[in-house]
Design a protein around this ligand. Structure first.
Ligand SMILES: [Zn+2]
Length: 281
């Protein structure tokens, strides 16, 4: 059993809490590099016909010489790369880069250009970095960064890494994870009810990210006695497909269990200091 650095233990704990289930770390052979991932990813791996035994998707903590970095990375993981590409939202990605900029002294992106050539881009200047990302977005970010390899298979031999934090203490690293959590959620096949989550989550940013189920009026006992589980996510009061907006007035934070139980059954409105949401249509 490898004893990981303290920071890795802190990342595993933080990711487990956000997932509501066990996260694990996997050390890369002969390197001070640790992938922190969902234990459930091992099932994707079993379903992979290529039987890769080193699934590498998620947070990556690496110690290189004296430098310590937290990255979000995808490497040689075609199934997850496909999910990530489908869920990817450029505006959300760009705001994650801006919102985590304070945790690093250098911005860094690595990817395979046209699925073949290894590209690295690093700069201490956030503006220059964002310009580079915008430039890639012109042809579609995922199309530029996750181009098909010569063999024609998306994500085979793919490498993607984005630096989120460097030279930080554990507390700052946990904050960088909190602020970049959408990236991790993009590794999953999303259900339709979560599809518009990213923009609603942004609208709810001024509200403390905790399950607000207890504030909702007229809840049936069956829901009240169900305890919170899963990650806390933005939930629409009026669902988007029924014309509900992604604005603050139409959102509450709910854990995934309470989200599922109340989806399409809420009514009312909310603001920063106002909360008039009830169960029942
Ligand atoms: Zn809850």
């Amino acid at each position: 059993m490898i004893k990981p650095p303290k920071t890795v233990t802190a990342i595993v704990k933080s990711v487990s809490e956000k997932l509501g289930r066990e996260a694990i770390f996997r050390k890369v052979n002969n390197r001070e590099e640790y992938f922190i991932l969902d234990l459930a990813f091992s099932y994707f791996q079993k379903a992979d016909r290529n039987k890769r035994n080193d699934y590498r998707s998620g947070y990556l903590y690496l110690v290189h010489k004296r430098e310590k970095r937290l990255l979000f990375a995808l490497a040689h993981t075609p199934i997850m790369t496909t999910f990530f590409k489908n869920n990817f939202d450029y505006e959300t990605f760009r705001s994650i880069i801006t919102n985590t900029a304070q945790y690093r002294d250098e911005h860094y992106l690595r990817y395979k250009k046209m699925g073949v050539q290894d590209e690295k881009f690093r700069t201490p200047d956030l503006k220059v970095f964002l310009n580079k990302l915008d430039e890639l977005e012109i042809s579609g970010f995922t199309k530029s960064v996750f181009a098909k390899s010569k063999s024609g298979k998306t994500g085979v031999g793919n490498v993607f890494g984005i630096c989120l934090a460097s030279g930080c203490n554990e507390e700052e690293i946990v904050k960088a994870i909190e602020k970049s959590w959408d990236l991790f959620l993009w590794l999953y096949p999303t259900r339709p009810i979560f599809k518009r989550n990213a923009s609603l989550n942004r609208s709810l940013q001024s509200i403390d990210r905790k399950c607000e189920i207890a504030r909702i009026k007229n809840l049936p006992k069956s829901i009240l006695k169900k305890s919170c589980s899963g990650q806390v996510q933005g939930a629409h009061i009026i669902p988007h497909k029924q014309g509900g907006s992604d604005k603050l007035q139409n959102g509450v934070w709910l854990c995934s269990a309470h989200h599922r139980l109340t989806e399409g059954k809420l009514n009312g409105t909310r603001g920063i200091d106002k909360f008039e949401v009830k169960y029942g249509r």
